[in-house]
Design a protein around this ligand. Sequence first.
Ligand SMILES: Nc1nc2c(c(=O)[nH]1)N[C@H]1C(S)=C(S)[C@@H](COP(=O)(O)OP(=O)(O)OC[C@H]3O[C@@H](n4cnc5c(=O)[nH]c(N)nc54)[C@H](O)[C@@H]3O)O[C@H]1N2
Ligand SMILES: Nc1nc2c(c(=O)[nH]1)N[C@H]1C(S)=C(S)[C@@H](COP(=O)(O)OP(=O)(O)OC[C@H]3O[C@@H](n4cnc5c(=O)[nH]c(N)nc54)[C@H](O)[C@@H]3O)O[C@H]1N2
Ligand code: SF4
Ligand SMILES: [Mo]
Length: 724
Amino acid sequence: MGVGTQSHCPYCALQCAMTLTPPEAGTGPTPVTITPRQFPTNLGGLCQKGWTSAEVLTATDRITTPLLRGADGALHPAGWDEALTVIATRVRAIQAEHGPEAIAVFGGGGLTNEKAYALGKFARTVLRTPNIDYNGRFCMASAAAGANRSLGADRGLPFPLADLAGAGAVMLLGSNLAETMPPSVQHLADVRDRGGLVVVDPRRSTTAALTGADGESGVHLQPVPGTDLVVLLALTHVVLTEGLADQAYLADRTTGATEVQRSVAAWWPERAEGVCGVPAAQLRATARLLAAAAPVHGGPGAYILTGRGVEQSTQGTATVTAAINLALTLGLPGRVGSGYGAITGQGNGQGGREHGQKSDQLPGYRKIDDPAARAHVARVWGVDPPTIPGPGKPAVQLLTSLGTPGGPRALFVHGSNVLVSAPNADRVADRLRALDLLVVCDFVPSETALRADVVLPVTQWAEEEGTMTSLEGRVIRRRRALAPPGQARSELWIFAELARRLGSGVHFGTDPAAVFDELAAASGGGIADYAGLSHARLDADEADGGPGLFWPVPGPDHPGTPRLFLDDFPTPDGRARMIAVDHVGPSDDVRPDAPIYLVTGRVLQHYQSGAQTHRVPELERLSSEPFVELHPILGFRLGIADGDLVRLTSVRGSIQAPARWTDRIRPDTVFMPFHWSGAGSVNRITTDATDPISHMPEFKVCAVSVTPLIPAAAEPLAAQGVAS
Ligand SMILES: Nc1nc2c(c(=O)[nH]1)N[C@H]1C(S)=C(S)[C@@H](COP(=O)(O)OP(=O)(O)OC[C@H]3O[C@@H](n4cnc5c(=O)[nH]c(N)nc54)[C@H](O)[C@@H]3O)O[C@H]1N2
Ligand SMILES: Nc1nc2c(c(=O)[nH]1)N[C@H]1C(S)=C(S)[C@@H](COP(=O)(O)OP(=O)(O)OC[C@H]3O[C@@H](n4cnc5c(=O)[nH]c(N)nc54)[C@H](O)[C@@H]3O)O[C@H]1N2
Ligand code: SF4
Ligand SMILES: [Mo]
């Protein structure tokens, strides 16, 4: 290892490796200089966000003291003792009047494993509330529900990312990797050379464009938004009717194939084309391309991967199930060089959903309503099993219940900016206003923090020790390179202090290595088993040039598990379950008063609600405002020129942003990124309808009308070269 601190990027689940070094003699603009490092996920690369991530450490408006809302309605600096005393006093009063369920907790997939674990423990043992959920509900819930149901375990990628390089075909459904995890595109180079990249997206995204101008590197399917399930049913139909299925695999390793076979019979390509708009011939060719790469036909292997584009849907779990059914029909999961996976998004989106901040979950991916799981975790926590509350409300239902009769009266937020990132966000703003107490822990004054009664300043990535679990289930170390500014403190310390002030006898450690050991014990025997891991083992592995260990790691001598499902699936009978699903369509479908699909997503420069990246001048320069992508044909029809301000209206409200003409989107669809607050904040008009199984909101598709705010004349439109 060279000089400097070996750590990983603060942002996404690719967890690109970087070295943090102090600038020479205090000359640098930031307290650490970032250099990319070789690591199996990023292969020495970083994206613009990673390169500039140190800027957030010294954000000019960084929160460095606790803040308390005063009688004048403004936030004022306060000491830790005062702030924590205010919180404890008000929590006790609310609990006394309304009971423990009146305190709610909202976590985040950016928290280290240690913090996510401690947060779940704090909610269940100190607050004794069932009402804890987190932003992973917005992110990975449908992929998790689908994989748990069909495969028996949810590890986003149940294989190392680098395995993709050997494949003959990789199908990406609703994922724009080239903007959301740019260094990962290196793993697709070989499959593109083989002509095997399949991208399914209503937009010709940067990733879809990787299939090549003439399709020489693969295929781009451009379905009607919200109809991916139909695409998948049709592909499975073709595989089965053309005799391309892996029948031996279906017989040996799955149950339910007959029902699935029956259910896709009605989705022949021409019928599917009528719903999803993808030409029947293209559906047939894609099914054949995938099959040719499958091991049963002597191919080098194939992968089917889902992203938020298909999962953030009221039929997200069904769509993931259909993707898994297709993969199973081709005999892919649990074979080296092939598989199904979902691409986890947040830095610790994977670990964050394993250790107990999800409403129905205990550490180790245990179920909170399983008596054996409760008994095991209660022993580690030193509490009686019956004192652990049952399942609470999932995120959207939790947020919409705040301040309602019988609903929570107080909310603690750790690692989410819900006012910008939650669906139907104006409603969330109303609910936050109705609370008696809002406590937000953050290091910058996010939109949500600015609404709080108490804001607590916390450490950032380069200021703390801990672990993160990457999109492949690889557990890696985050390391401290510098001291936090002012009075910023670790959340581990905050939980310990609040536990003491609330009179809890439960122990809360403040040393991340010790908290990890406790997490490892609590997870032992669970699906996400970390029992054989410790900070010391991970450090020793890295010092030996090791790349981190993949869970499950049940014992100190266990080498970890880079590939899951090779022998069997963790289901009661060891087989994958094929479950028949069918298409219903978006909850807020287009209609005469809202004839256009609105789809949402991301741009390269900004991360999520933008709380961090809007504070990096270079990223702001490159991407400074929200925008609405629309096709020139739609622009011409509606009288909207490139650059015109447009209004988007859904049944929930109206927003406005400048139009950007592009022929990379379907003419029946507009696209907006969700990184901004204010007049161009797209979540003010998205729907909070949720998937019935995963409870994930339908961020990706809703119906809008689009109108020009500055009426455009025919002249300039013609001048821009539009033919009707
Ligand atoms: N730059 C950047 N990178 C990030 C993040 C970020 O905020 N910014 N966030 C991280 C996180 S938490 C996540 S979850 C990941 C998300 O990573 P991705 O899933 O790649 O990101 P999105 O842009 O949300 O959605 C991907 C694509 O889905 C498409 N889409 C929309 N509707 C539909 C549909 O109905 N069907 C299909 N097939 N596609 C559709 C959009 O056009 C978009 O191109 O990115 C991670 N990386
Ligand atoms: N329309 C639309 N909306 C979406 C999506 C979409 O595709 N379309 N995607 C959804 C998805 S996939 C996601 S993941 C969510 C994400 O959206 P959010 O949950 O809002 O995520 P961030 O913007 O990353 O907010 C994290 C906040 O926590 C702070 N923070 C970071 N690390 C820590 C820490 O360790 N402790 C504490 N206390 N604070 C910390 C940051 O400064 C920031 O203010 O957005 C969802 N919203
Ligand atoms: S791809 Fe993700 S982990 Fe890598 S540098 Fe960019 S934001 Fe960071
Ligand atoms: Mo996410």
